[in-house]
Design a protein around this ligand. Structure first.
Ligand code: ASP
Ligand code: MG
Length: 455
């Protein structure tokens, strides 16, 4: 068994779904379980619909429902073949229900997380049905399974936590045997409580669903089909001409994901890591490209660095307190404030009397700074970029820091952090220096490539 997960862009249109059926058809003998996201930008639009309705803008909300209905009917029915009439009925039934809900919400004028999940779930419920119909019309037997019957969660709506034990049991009892009858198709992102209340796993949750199902059935591999060739040695938005990384460790992939590489969030594949199931990143537009294989034990690599990731437009807060000298509890106070504002901190570096930390830009920075100023001096710097070199070999290779800082000797470095994991070296420069720095670093570390690891 394998799990094949297709993201929003990989199911966004008739052509995309046709590509999917070809890709799945070629691997049919491997008993695929297909996990799909909502089509294109459907989830955003569904949530917008809910918000418009709750804000009393009934007509705007109903217009959005009309657009979504038309989109699903046009792109979805085109792939359903002879069974289009059945699918047409399903699609209309979902949007009729949504119409009613929108009318109700616009009267009561409020939106609970539970209603948000009920609405958001429509995207994956429909995309999975549509894909299952598409496979059948392409001559590939397919079984649609409602993910809400499999993925059991608590009732933290919009951010539900998976009950792994129960979910794995259901995967073994219902999903694995169904692969005998045909390609199983399920929606990602959605689940339900034991009481059958629809929940979602948080935005972008389909990768997580794929990993959960893969772990649950003991899949031999989890394929994440997306719109890039895999992980690259440099972020393509910053530097063209990066090389594809053929194999990477879970730990390295996690470091890359934190800073910018939008390919895959590490937390999402945790169940795969725990069960030692390799995860492949593949491009649904170029299915013959091998992609990137993420495993716990990748082959040795002659290059010191696997990739340079970066994140533009970050903010750093420099927090300085002479009272911190010899005092305990200072960092706790600092972090409590960021925690209360629900601001994730990406990178930190400390000295005896100061701490610098990087966060995403937030319009609450002044409020945060005001709280910090109750016990420390604070300065805030904006328009900065994190650059992060990632590679298991960084820790074994002497002289890396010297090479790095020699490369970027004319950039002003605002903050440095050698990751606790020892496989990253990160630092912060001005946004304006980002391109120049990444270009120089890429040249330094990737002029010679280990052919076993890079393409
Ligand atoms: N459709 C959901 C979202 O857009 C889940 C996913 O795409 O992974 O957040
Ligand atoms: Mg997505």
């Amino acid at each position: 068994m394998i799990v094949m997960k297709f993201g929003g862009t990989s199911v966004e249109s008739r052509e995309a779904i046709e590509r999917l059926t070809l890709i799945v058809g070629r691997q049919r003998h491997r008993q695929p379980i297909v996990v799909v996201s909502a089509m294109g930008k459907t989830t955003n639009k569904l949530l917008k619909t809910a918000q418009e309705a709750a804000a009393g803008r009934r007509d705007q909300a109903l217009t959005l429902v009309d657009e979504l209905r038309a989109y699903h009917l046009i792109e979805g029915l085109a792939v359903a073949g002879a069974a289009a009439a059945d699918l047409d009925r399903y699609i209309r039934a979902h949007f009729d229900w949504l119409d009613e809900l929108v009318k109700g919400l616009s009267i009561v004028g409020e939106l609970s997380p539970r209603s948000m999940d009920a609405i958001a779930s429509i995207g994956e419920r429909l995309s999975s049905l549509i894909v299952s119909f598409a496979l059948r019309s392409a001559g590939i037997p397919s079984v649609h399974i409602d993910a809400r019957k499999i993925v059991v969660t608590d009732d933290r709506f919009t951010q539900a936590q998976c009950d792994f034990a129960e979910t794995y049991l259901r995967c073994q009892q219902s999903v694995a045997p169904a692969t005998e009858a045909g390609v199983v198709v399920m929606g990602g992102y959605i689940g339900a409580t034991l009481e059958d209340q629809t929940t979602t796993l948080g935005r972008g949750g389909s990768d997580f669903s794929a990993a959960i199902v893969g772990a649950g059935v003991g899949a031999e591999e989890i394929q994440i089909w997306t719109d890039v060739d895999g992980m690259l040695t440099a972020d393509p938005r910053i530097l063209a001409g990066g090389h594809r990384i053929k194999t990477i460790s879970f730990a390295e992939a996690a470091e890359l994901a934190y800073f910018g590489a939008k390919v895959l969030h590490p937390a999402t594949v945790l169940p795969a890591i725990e069960h030692d199931i390799p995860v492949l990143i593949l491009n649904s537009r170029r299915p013959d490209v091998e992609g990137t294989r993420i495993t716990s034990q990748p082959p040795p690599c002659l290059n010191a660095v696997k990739s340079i990731s970066c994140k533009r437009g970050i903010t750093i807060a420099n927090i300085h307190s002479t009272r911190m000298l010899m005092a305990h509890g200072f960092l706790r106070r600092v972090f409590e404030i960021f925690d209360r504002f629900e601001i994730p901190v990406d990178m930190i570096s400390t000295s005896e009397v100061s701490v610098s930390l990087s966060i995403d830009p937030t319009d609450r920075i002044e409020e945060i700074a005001a709280e910090l100023r109750q016990f420390a001096q604070v300065s805030v710097e904006e328009n900065l970029s994190i650059i992060c070199l990632v590679g298991e070999n960084i820790r074994h290779t002497p002289g890396i820091a010297g090479r790095v800082f020699e490369c970027i000797r004319d950039c002003n470095i605002r903050m440095i952090s050698q990751g606790a994991s020892l496989l990253n070296l990160g630092f912060v420069v001005a946004d304006a220096d980002l391109n120049r720095a990444v270009t120089a670093l890429h040249k330094e570390f990737f002029s010679v490539l280990d052919p076993a690891v890079f393409d």
